[in-house]
Design a protein around this ligand. Structure first.
Ligand code: FAD
Length: 414
């Protein structure tokens, strides 16, 4: 891949600040891009992030930050429990008729896991990562974050990126952290693959916990702080969990997709949804669940297509490496999207540690892929299995937890 004709390199990242540091370009200031910037900054590298949006009205709802990600965030000095996050304390599973199938307390597990399983609002986590990245305090050189900077093309050998404006920026290494609809992905062999619909979509909304507690039909579902509650039928389910210091309840209502495959691949974290449609999808569920769904604010109700993608043959090419959703967009059923992006980011901080020279970058990125590829692909597969239609099978959120939450490899490796 070469630069389009007529374009010249008119901007470079200086290398004068730290003689042994690398000039790193990260495309995308999402959870993974910001985490990578922080890990690489700590190694003394000079990091520039190019982000397409203005971050004027950040959207998103709650995310799972499982033990595997919290141990890594703590290394960055980020304690997510201070971001009004909730400890995941247990789970209750109901069938569509409202019968309680099982309740799981996590008190013993919470004692055993080295780091907590937290439920955090994406906006709170994102804000804190951004603050730490650009802060003058802390280890390394503050990250330069350029907003309204959409990247359209990457040259992996020259480690240059072309922006929508036509400007070309060069670094020593380019990290594609530009999410599920990544442009950087086109720079790796086999990267012309597009995410496709999984056949499922998710309605999402938040409601104040207080509202649920005040209603006699729903109070039982919100009494326990830190409890995740699920209702499920064969091909649809509702998952509710707290965030924002138990002040809000986050709903993810997963059900069959209605759109055709062509329409399902848009970049839409904030597509408005119809409340009537939501109620219709769950019309056969128990009345108490319908009362809960009726509490959704029609104005802020969103619906997202749940996208899946074939496994990429490789995440790296010469001086370009992909991370997070750009490399392995997960279905949400294991709550590992943010966590694995953070793991990728930490791995980059290890392979591109202080003292690595520009000549060593291609082999270091290969090493990064070797470390991360199998684990991410396995979690992707587990997410597919966990989200499959249930039939007679019981839902088991914890089925793959021992593997997903594993963090010993980090404590040994770094
Ligand atoms: P993301 O967090 O998606 O970040 C990708 C970043 O790259 C974004 O900031 C995007 O604007 C930027 N970008 C994309 N293309 C370009 C380009 N060409 N040039 C420059 N920048 C580019 N997941 C949930 O489970 N629940 C949520 O509520 C939720 N809300 C979200 C809201 C938003 C606005 C976004 C962007 C993502 C949301 N996600 C949500 C997805 C979740 O954050 C990711 O699945 C996970 O954290 C992996 O992170 P990532 O860094 O790989 O990708």
């Amino acid at each position: 891949m070469s630069l389009p004709t007529g374009l010249s390199i008119n901007s470079t990242v200086d290398s004068d600040i730290h003689s042994t540091s690398l000039n790193v370009i990260i495309i995308g200031a999402g959870i993974g891009g910001l985490a990578a910037a922080l890990f690489l900054r700590r190694q003394g590298h000079k990091v520039l992030i190019l982000e397409q949006s203005r971050f004027a009205s950040e959207t998103g709802a709650a995310l799972h930050l499982t033990p595997n990600s919290n141990g890594l965030l703590r290394r960055l000095g980020l304690y997510a429990e201070e971001l009004r996050a909730n400890l995941m304390e247990g789970m209750a599973e109901y069938d569509s008729k409202g019968n309680l199938i099982q309740r799981t307390e996590l008190s013993v597990q919470n004692e055993l896991w080295q780091h907590p399983w937290l439920l955090v609002h994406r906006v709170h986590l994102h804000e804190e990562l951004k603050r730490l990245a650009i802060s003058a305090d802390g280890k390394g050189i503050p990250v330069e974050l350029r907003l309204r900077s959409r990247v359209t093309q990457v040259d992996p050998s020259a480690s240059t990126v072309v922006m929508e404006s036509g400007e070309v920026v060069r670094g020593d290494v380019v990290i594609g952290a530009d999410g599920v609809h990544s442009k950087a992905r086109a720079g790796v062999p086999g990267g012309d693959v597009k995410p496709k619909s999984s056949g499922k979509r998710a309605f999402r909304f938040l409601i104040p916990r207080e509202t649920v507690l005040e209603n006699s039909k729903t109070v039982q579902f919100a009494k326990k702080e830190g409890e995740l509650v699920m209702w499920f039928d064969k091909d649809r389910r509702v998952i509710m969990y707290p965030c924002d210091s138990n002040r809000q309840l986050n709903f993810v209502c997963i059900c069959p997709s209605i759109k055709d495959e062509e329409k399902n691949t848009g970049d839409e974290w904030s597509s408005a949804a119809s409340k009537d449609e939501l109620l219709e999808v769950y019309a056969k569920f128990d009345e108490s669940l319908q009362t809960l769904l009726n509490m959704a604010d029609a104005e802020s109700l969103k619906v997202w297509e749940l996208l899946d993608m074939d496994i990429l043959p490789t995440w790296v090419n010469d001086r370009l490496g992909l991370l997070g959703d750009a490399a392995h967009p997960f279905l949400p059923h294991q709550g590992q999207g943010a966590g694995c992006a953070i793991e990728d980011a930490a791995a980059l901080g290890v392979v591109l540690q202080s003292g690595v020279t520009p000549d060593e970058i291609p082999e270091r990125l290969q090493l990064y892929e070797t470390i991360r590829y199998q684990r991410a692909n396995r979690i992707q597969e587990y997410s597919r299995i966990a989200g499959a239609d249930l039939g007679e099978k019981k839902l088991n959120m914890m089925e793959f937890a021992a593997y997903n939450f594993g963090h010993d490899e980090w404590d040994n490796a770094t």
